[in-house]
Design a protein around this ligand. Sequence first.
Ligand code: ZN
Length: 246
Amino acid sequence: MMKSPRRIKHRLDQGIASSTGCVIPSCGRPTMAAAGKGLAAFHCRKHVEHKARHGSHWHGTYSAAELKPYLAAATSYLRPRINADKFISAALASIEGTLEAAGPTEIATRLKGMPASKRAKIALARLRVGGIKPERFVAIVLAVTALIEEDPGSHRTKEFRRVQIAKALHRLASGYHRVWELPDDRGRLRKVSELHAFPRSSGPVLRLIGKAVEQPCEWVVDKHLASVLNLKVKRYGRHPALPPKA
Ligand SMILES: [Zn+2]
């Protein structure tokens, strides 16, 4: 049955009326669209910015401590299977190829105005130069996916997962220190030190990094996630938000 134009208009009006306030419970701020400051029809500026940084309008970035037991379990699980499991071998080879193809690293000042895709490649190249091995990338994908799977309060979306993978890689590389030599305006070489692999990573860069690292691991996640999660629970117990026993 066709809906009458009047009913459709009524529904549209209702939709517009109900979207003037941010949909995050107890937020109360006007949506960006209602405030005339953007296209976001359902969320306020604060929650839009939260999503850009964390990959979710409401869920924050997991801490290193929260991720730790999952990362430990994923690392031990992978170690004896690196050459023995075809899905793991294929993911490692693919990530190695992605890191090689990421090209040269660049100094932070040259990143200005670069497209997100180029900045994502540079971030991956920095992880390669920093000596981060493909095994670590696969372990992080498994760990983040397992944590999101087990945590009953998590936000189970592809976007949140990818941003959290990129954030975990970022944290891993944040202790990475390198001194670059850069000519100044008189042509003399000056030392510039750099502490972060991903200086001022923007939202789109984080999503591209997460995607580039997660995609080669799809089969590994499909075949091994349940076993990694079992190992984590056996060793470190269930997620703190769950009752101790099922
Ligand atoms: Zn809000």
